[in-house]
Design a protein around this ligand. Structure first.
Ligand code: FE2
Length: 252
């Protein structure tokens, strides 16, 4: 099982696949890399319950368009779970429909953190989500490396999971940082964050190749097992978290 936990495959919905043809081509390319489970995480900017309702309606319609076109073209779709990449706002925890944005069949929610400097308010929102029963997964954490260690530690104390984009593996400027994150048990989930076929394309093969070579096959299996646990309705606990170094594995 290979699961892509971050993708923008729904046609003409957010800034991802521009049409059904592109969406199906992205899915087909992913399948060629062995991806058989895709979590669809379209951008959502919820400031009110109305925003969430509108998002859910439009997401359903986009998914129907995808399924209709797949059936018409004889394409067999992989397992697709609907979710969202939720932009963190101060209002999130006051929204009664917020749990609807979790990944289908799970308590997990992909959370897009602010690109500006985090503060205590940001951590407080994540805290409130956590105590409401939502399990946050921080999207592409490698984009947040400049944040204060104190606030990152505060996030970790909230037992959040961390997702890294496949395209970030092998980038020279990120190598050390990603080594350090694996060594501290801070990488749990992988996704492509694919938006199209060229600039932000399906590239799970890149991550698989790099991770297996640098950290070992056990590391790749660990990441895919984490994805499998979540998608089967389970939860990852702190004791399940493993740390990796180049060709080495340790369990806490
Ligand atoms: Fe994304």
């Amino acid at each position: 099982m290979t699961a892509d936990f971050h993708s923008h495959i729904l046609p003409a919905f957010d800034d991802g696949a521009r049409d059904t043809k592109t969406a199906l081509a992205m899915i087909d390319k992913s399948a060629g890399m062995g991806v058989d489970r895709i979590v669809s995480t379209s951008h959502c900017y919820p400031y009110s319950d109305g925003d969430i309702e509108e998002f859910l309606d439009m997401r359903s319609a986009a998914f129907e368009r995808l399924k209709t076109e797949a059936a018409a073209s004889g394409t067999v779709l992989p397992e697709i779970r609907l979710g969202s990449e939720v932009h963190l706002t101060c209002d999130l925890t006051s929204l009664s429909l917020i749990k609807e944005l979790c990944i289908e069949g799970t308590k997990y929610m992909l959370l897009e953190m602010p690109s500006s400097k985090w503060n205590d308010t940001v951590i407080d929102v994540v805290y409130k989500l956590s105590i409401s029963g939502i399990k946050p997964i921080i999207a592409h954490m490698e984009r947040n490396l400049g944040q204060s260690a104190e606030l990152v530690n505060a996030l970790c104390d909230l037992d959040v999971l961390i997702q890294i984009n496949a395209s970030s593996f092998g980038i020279a400027a990120l190598k050390k940082e990603i080594d350090g994150m694996f060594l501290r048990g801070l990488i749990h989930i992988i996704g492509t964050d694919m938006h199209n076929l060229d600039t932000r394309k399906p590239d799970m093969d890149r991550a698989e190749k790099y991770i297996k070579k640098r950290y070992g096959t056990e590391c790749w299996e660990y990441l895919m097992n984490n994805a499998g646990t979540i998608l089967s309705g389970g939860e990852l606990s702190y004791r399940d978290i493993k740390v990796f170094k180049k060709k080495g594995i340790f369990t806490r």
